[in-house]
Design a protein around this ligand. Structure first.
Ligand code: SF4
Length: 432
């Protein structure tokens, strides 16, 4: 009898052929690049971010470049793809060493077509920037800065292990507009120790800057963060929901007076300065994410890279490494997931969700049961409906999760869940 030897290589090939191949035929229009190092790890943060790892900067940069090369090598149709937006996030990508940042952009320009790029954003934590930082950022093409302000109070931030100083932030916003005018200030509402006076002073100060954009995030208490343990042990007290919701309503109104119109639940901009990259996410434009923990989406598959730094450095030590083997998860979205995403992302935006589009995606959207649910939500002041769109009212924005749950219950025929009134005390803060 003849036996054919099965080599490890043929087993790998067999598995490989059966793995999901995101971007097999699609080209990304947006790129996300993750820089995971920070000056310190903030106590509320659950991002892929680490302190005391700056010694790995060069190695990480080289692995990142190899991941980008291997992505293009494994999908040759993406070579020269016309990229519309790039977002450098983190972590703290403003700590990206400048000579390495230049190398990164040289590589990107050699592999993709950046001649039509509309927006290159960099997340910045103010402090320690020199003229060389601003000049290099401009040279490589960065044209938008998303600046982490959080709240302008040194003592409150210090308790959260965030070393940033108010004076550094003020100085940053004096210098930055000389180089880059498209500036966003990103604040967190609901941090422990922030009272109305402190919050209003923060908002008034941000409005005095030449901002084009502002982001306003509710504090989320993520499990296994020092903040989570502090709240659980009773050593940290977070503000009452009512106080946070009233600060939120006040801020939305104050931003509107300053010309920063709300175009998404957490985002405000002068007309024409809405974030193109984030809008791309919400409108489900294909994007590819490079770096540890980065996510990618090609219209069908959503994949997330593994988060381990040492594994990443080993895996992408050569540009021939297989990017498919570095996904921590890669799932093909079901039709139901696509409908749900479109509903959630649409409702978060000022325009709302297009009714014709939803009916096209999901004929059930015109079912009697769903119509009754949304008419009730309209009657209760959570939604407003036009001939073409369904959108959240200001009250609905606060209870957004619950509104979506009820609409989805209607789609699934879950009458019990949808008949439930929205709890008045439900809040946006994920409690421990
Ligand atoms: S600077 Fe940003 S990414 Fe880094 S630890 Fe703080 S919140 Fe997380």
């Amino acid at each position: 009898m003849n036996y054919t030897a099965i080599s490890p290589y043929s087993i790998l090939t067999w598995f490989h052929a059966r793995m999901p191949h995101p971007f097999a035929h699609v080209t990304p229009l947006m790129l996300y690049i993750h820089w995971p190092f920070c000056a310190a790890k903030c106590h509320y943060c659950d991002f892929v971010a680490m302190q005391d790892h700056h010694g790995f900067a060069r190695q990480y940069h080289e692995a990142l470049c190899n991941e980008i090369r291997s992505f293009v090598a494994s999908r040759p149709h993406t070579l020269g793809a016309p990229i519309k937006t790039i977002f450098l996030g983190g972590g703290t990508p403003s700590l990206y060493p400048l000579p390495l940042l230049k190398e990164l952009f040289t590589l990107l320009r050699s592999l993709f077509d950046l001649s039509g790029v509309e927006e290159i954003s960099l997340e910045v934590n103010p402090g320690g920037q020199t003229a060389e930082h601003f000049e290099t950022w401009c040279d490589v093409g960065i044209n938008r800065l998303s600046v982490g302000v959080q709240v302008l109070d040194d003592a409150i931030l210090a308790k959260l292990n965030r070393p940033q100083k108010k004076a550094e932030v003020l100085e940053f916003f004096e210098r930055a507009p000389h180089y880059i005018q498209n500036l966003s200030a990103d604040c967190i509402i609901g941090l422990p120790g922030v009272d109305d006076a402190c919050w209003q002073e923060t908002v008034e100060t941000t409005i005095s800057w030449p901002l084009k954009h502002a982001s306003l995030y509710f504090l989320t208490i993520h499990e296994n963060t020092p903040l989570y343990h502090g709240v659980k042990a009773g050593t940290i007290t977070i503000p009452q929901d009512e106080a946070v919701l009233s600060q939120y309503a006040w801020t939305v109104a104050r931003y509107a007076q300053a010309g920063l119109a709300q175009y998404e639940i957490s985002n405000f901009a002068l007309s024409g300065f809405e974030s193109k990259h984030n809008r791309g996410y919400w409108n489900q434009i294909p994007y590819y994410g490079f770096g540890i923990g980065a996510a990618s989406y090609d219209g069908l598959y959503r994949c997330v890279n593994k988060k381990k730094l040492t594994g990443y450095l080993k895996h992408f030590v050569l540009p021939t490494a297989d990017p498919l083997l570095w996904y921590g998860s890669c799932e093909r979205l079901t039709h139901e997931q696509q409908v749900l995403e479109e509903l959630m992302l649409g409702l978060r935006q000022r325009e709302g969700v297009g009714l014709h589009r939803m009916v096209y995606l999901c004929p059930l959207f015109q079912s009697q049961v769903l119509r009754e649910i949304w008419q009730r939500l309209v009657g209760d002041g959570y939604l407003e409906a036009s001939q073409t769109h369904l959108r959240l009212t200001p009250k609905g924005q606060i209870f957004e999760n619950e509104v979506v749950v009820q609409l989805c219950g209607g789609l699934e025929g879950d009458h019990q869940n949808c008949a439930r009134p929205i709890r008045q005390n439900m809040n946006k803060i994920q409690k421990v």
